[in-house]
Design a protein. Structure first.
Ligand SMILES: Cc1cc2nc3c(=O)[nH]c(=O)nc-3n(C[C@H](O)[C@H](O)[C@H](O)COP(=O)(O)O)c2cc1C
Length: 158
């Protein structure tokens, strides 16, 4: 297989940009991800691929639940704040305010909408493991266009 073509082709796959949060080990974690999609209507399932060894992966594996934050096209810098390792206290994750939901997930203040999931299964294959989440709560906060990877200069694929 040609490495350059493989990279070019795999980067043509369209993806969104999301911030995933979870609480475990007495602290909160947040990470920007792009490998996420819906895979079932009944029950509503979402899969997200999380990097093995990352803070967010360890947290989701431990807490068995997580929140997905959809961002607006104006929130690229918000997403960029969650590329780095998580720093959190009782009020902030990576400098962004949050509140804990009834389900125990940290919900950031400013996203367009939020989806909360419980973990049904984790498929351990490759350098990112696939977390199968069942949607248990949703909120629409603002109706506007959501951020996609193609709105940015970022790549994650290949
Ligand atoms: C454009 C872009 C997309 C990313 N998508 C994912 C992803 O889908 N899954 C993932 O696990 N990490 C993804 N990352 C990496 C995480 O954002 C980042 O490595 C992680 O939050 C750092 O946490 P750690 O220090 O705990 O490893 C992406 C990074 C970039 C720059």
């Amino acid at each position: 297989m040609n490495e350059t073509t493989k990279k070019q082709t795999l980067r043509m796959i369209e993806n969104g940009v999301f911030v995933i949060t979870a609480k475990a080990f007495n602290r909160c974690f947040g990470s920007t991800v792009t490998w996420l999609t819906q895979t079932s209507f009944k029950p509503p399932l979402i899969i997200v691929a999380l990097k093995v060894g990352s803070g967010i992966y360890s947290a989701v594996k431990e807490s068995r639940c997580f929140a997905i934050h959809l961002l607006s096209t104006e929130q690229e810098s918000f997403a960029a704040d969650f590329f780095k390792s998580s720093e959190s206290d009782d009020f902030l994750i990576n400098g962004h305010p949050y509140k804990l939901s009834e389900k125990g997930n940290p919900l950031l203040d400013d996203p367009v909408s939020i989806i909360e999931c419980t973990v049904n299964k984790i498929i351990e294959d490759g350098d990112h493991h696939i977390v199968v989440g069942e949607v248990v709560n949703t909120q629409v906060k603002v109706k506007t266009s959501v951020l996609s990877l193609r709105d940015t200069s970022w790549t994650y694929g290949g």
